[in-house]
Design a protein around this ligand. Structure first.
Ligand code: C2E
Ligand code: MG
Ligand code: MG
Ligand code: MG
Length: 296
């Protein structure tokens, strides 16, 4: 979309600029590809964490790991830009393993009374096409002492539907191992919902555009309600993405949506700051519960 905007803007300025626009874009891409390799080798990519929260009680259900690349000259590069680059330069495997390793380390570190903190990691379809991937997952789970049930892989709806035949063996293996599968950005894809029955899906995440639109747009609200109904029918958990306002929390509660994620609770944070957030949030929540019970 960024590329298209730039193209439209420069096209109006004439052919010369149009060309240089494209040129600098591919130069950036080539530069980034080389820099990405270095950053991966030197451990410069970071993983940030965002909580998944129960909307009725405020209990933290887990965290989602989101990769970050602080680039020395370009600043923070968005995963939407560098994940495709990693994919086309053969670095996606290394990137995914780095994120998974760090996510599982933190899951164990942030364990509560009932075990490691449930952790979600995003996957690209390419990763699932690697037939050794499930074994790598198994060995990382073992290394960090995290039960497979504590790990969820998030895959976007488009990827689940379009790449399905090739991805099925890996998804089935992971499911047999006990790893959970979540369909990300739900509602943006094919709207062919039959696959929910065929795939071993335990969770769907309603795309933020519907969540953010539901306060003002009746169509968005209808989509959210329909997804909740469908999920209930299939006994699939639902997480609403992109909650930024208290009003949205209230509306989702009314619709009996169980869980949510978004800036309203916390932005994705570096590990040390996430740990501090978790601590603070938990104490605040317990204090409220005590208050409601007539304690201090
Ligand atoms: P996603 O998995 O759907 O992640 C949600 C995105 O929404 C994240 O963007 C998050 O920072 C952002 N977000 C969370 N709460 C809010 C909110 O309240 N308002 C708004 N406006 N945005 C919110 P991010 O971190 O830039 O990631 C973008 C996408 O990149 C992710 O979408 C995911 O598909 C992909 N991605 C991120 N990390 C990884 C990774 O380690 N591996 C792979 N394969 N993909 C990743
Ligand atoms: Mg996700
Ligand atoms: Mg999403
Ligand atoms: Mg997304």
């Amino acid at each position: 979309a960024d590329g298209a905007t730039r193209q439209a803007k420069t096209a109006a300025d004439g052919v010369q600029l149009y060309h240089s626009g494209l040129e600098s874009e591919s130069l950036r891409r080539i530069g980034l590809a080389a820099d990405l390799r270095r950053a991966l080798d030197r451990g410069r990519l970071e993983v940030h964490f965002q909580p998944k929260v129960r909307l009725d009680t405020g209990v933290v259900l887990g965290a989602e790991a989101l990769v970050r690349w602080p680039h020395p000259t370009f600043g923070l590069v968005a995963p939407e830009e560098f994940i495709p680059i990693a994919g086309s330069t053969g670095q996606l495997g290394a990137l995914t393993e780095m994120v998974l390793d760090e996510a599982l380390r933190r899951s164990a570190e942030w364990a509560g009374e009932d075990g490691p903190l449930p952790m979600a990691v995003n996957l690209s379809p390419r990763t699932l096409a690697d037939k050794d991937f499930p074994d790598k997952v198994a060995s990382l789970l073992e290394r960090h002492g995290v039960a497979p049930e504590r790990l969820t892989f998030e895959i976007t709806e488009d990827d689940v539907v379009s790449g399905e035949p090739r991805l099925t063996p890996a998804l089935d293996r992971l499911h047999e191992m006990g790893v959970r599968l979540s369909v990300d950005d739900f509602g943006t894809g094919y709207s062919s919902l039959a696959y929910l029955r065929r795939l071993p899906v335990q969770e769907i995440k309603i795309d933020l555009r519907f969540v953010q639109g539901m306060a003002t747009d009746a169509d968005d609200r209808a989509i959210v309600e329909a997804v909740l109904g469908l999920a209930r029918h299939f006994a699939i958990d639902v997480v609403a993405e992109g909650i930024e306002a208290h009003q949205t929390v209230e509306e989702l509660r009314e619709l009996h949506c169980e869980a949510g994620q978004g800036y309203y609770f916390s932005r994705p944070l570096p590990a040390d700051r996430f740990a501090a957030w978790l601590d603070h949030w938990t104490r605040l929540r317990l204090a409220r519960v005590a208050e409601a019970c007539g304690g201090t």
